[in-house]
Design a protein. Structure first.
Length: 433
């Protein structure tokens, strides 16, 4: 519960990503309504939060309106802000930063941020010829909606680009109807790290968030790429990594009146910072993990951000680790496999304690937690501690309390910090400025 005034929160989601935040704010003592626009995902959160089928009927009721993703949601959020509503969500411009990779890179360059060389293509033959004429390592990055199919991103390993050519030839045969626009980006090696911040319509809020995504399915960072298998993170004051990337975008975001979370994933090494892509919205499972580290009620934090309140907020010291618990067919889409192995699977807790447990595609039936949706995303389990090892120990200890048939997860989230921290500190990117 919270001592703040009771408010009304309206959550609007395309595919049901908001359940955990909505449930948390409900438990803090506020009124919540949750709308999922995709009928196939509409029962996510049932039994946890009150649901509505048409969010437009609750616009006047809401004190704060929260959108969860891009793909056109920014236009809706911007229109509501122009009506005087307190809205967390993007704009058409910030949506495009994420959806159109080339546009995002060009905007970084305009803001004075160094970027990797890239070329954009709309058909495969010219890309194949380009690689043959300019042999080196490349990364294939689909743009638009195709970028949401994570397994299509390919990181070349051959110095002559021959593996990239083979993959492009395969994509031409199989994916030409799906991949309409894509980038070939020069590959660079180093530490992959993201810097993110909440923006209140005028400026980035302090502290910022440094996080490390673990996208591969299997421990050791092998296997197919997923949306995310887990994240480690910590909060800090503005540092060099922030100053040379996100901070340079602040004036443009203020022009837009953007309200929400903005994150840039980067490769950094001893010679520089190389931004890879934007996340112009809450990240998942990032926001679930962050909610445990924000040292104030989430409802109050959202209200402060949405109404252009103070740019300072309280966050907990130390480190955080969050692990996704998934079931078949994740990270792939296969309705038959999901319905055979995962749909309706019971989530059982050995003990009643559920600290650090965050719902994903889950509903509650007769007080039992049940896997639903279609993606195979069940829970996010987080831990905190004064060291990364302590945060890991708490997160994985909590997972031992959970039973889900056919559940799998990575058991090494946070391990990279042992090496990454030395390099990041040596290069000076984490030094607060």
């Amino acid at each position: 519960m919270t001592d703040s005034p009771k408010r009304n929160y309206l959550f609007i989601s395309t595919d049901g990503l908001h359940a955990d935040s909505a449930w948390r704010i409900l438990r803090e003592g506020h009124e919540v309504r949750y709308c999922i626009e995709n009928p196939a995902e509409a029962d996510i959160g049932d039994g946890f939060v009150p649901k509505v089928s048409d969010w437009r009927e609750f616009v006047d009721w809401a004190d704060v309106i929260v959108f969860d993703d891009v793909l056109g949601q920014g236009e809706k959020a911007q229109a509501l802000r122009q009506q005087g509503k307190a809205v967390i969500g993007g704009t058409p411009y910030t949506d495009r930063l994420e959806d159109d990779r080339s546009f995002g890179q060009d905007e970084l360059k305009k803001a004075g941020v160094n970027i990797l060389s890239y070329r954009e293509f709309t058909e495969f033959d010219s890309a194949i010829e380009y690689v043959k004429a300019n042999p080196r390592r490349y990364v294939i990055k689909p743009s638009g909606e195709a970028q949401n199919i994570k397994r299509l991103l390919f990181v070349g390993m051959e110095e002559d680009g021959s593996d990239v050519v083979r993959v492009l030839e395969a994509y031409k045969r199989v994916w030409s109807e799906t991949i309409k626009v894509f980038q070939l980006q020069n590959q660079v090696t180093g530490v992959e790290v993201a810097v993110g911040g909440f923006f209140n319509g005028r400026e980035f809020m302090d502290p910022i968030n440094i996080n490390f995504e673990h996208k591969k399915l299997l421990p050791g960072n092998v296997g197919p790429a997923t949306g995310e298998m887990g994240t480690s993170m910590f909060w800090t004051g503005p540092n060099r990594l922030f100053r040379e990337t996100l901070a340079k975008m602040a004036p443009r975001l203020a022009e837009e009146g953007f309200v929400g979370y903005m994150d840039i994933n980067c490769i950094v090494n001893g010679t520089g910072i190389y931004p890879l892509e934007f996340t112009a919205r809450f990240g998942y499972p990032t926001i679930q993990i962050q909610s445990d580290g924000i040292n104030m009620p989430l409802a109050d934090f959202f209200y402060q951000m949405a109404t252009g309140g103070p740019a300072k907020f309280r966050a907990k010291k130390g480190f955080q680790v969050g692990v996704r618990l998934v079931v078949p067919p994740y990270p792939f889409k296969d309705k038959e496999t999901f319905e055979s192995y995962s749909k309706g699977a019971a989530i059982v807790f050995k003990r009643s304690v559920k600290d650090g447990v965050h719902i994903h595609d889950v509903k509650r039936v007769n007080d039992e937690w049940i896997v639903t949706g279609g993606a195979g995303l069940a829970l996010v389990v987080s831990g905190m501690g004064p060291t990364m090892k302590d945060a890991q120990k708490q997160a994985y200890g909590r997972i031992q309390n959970i039973l889900i048939p056919n559940m799998y997860f990575r058991d090494d989230i946070g391990d990279r910090w042992a090496d990454d921290s030395d390099r990041l500190h040596t290069w000076g990117y984490l030094r607060e400025t």
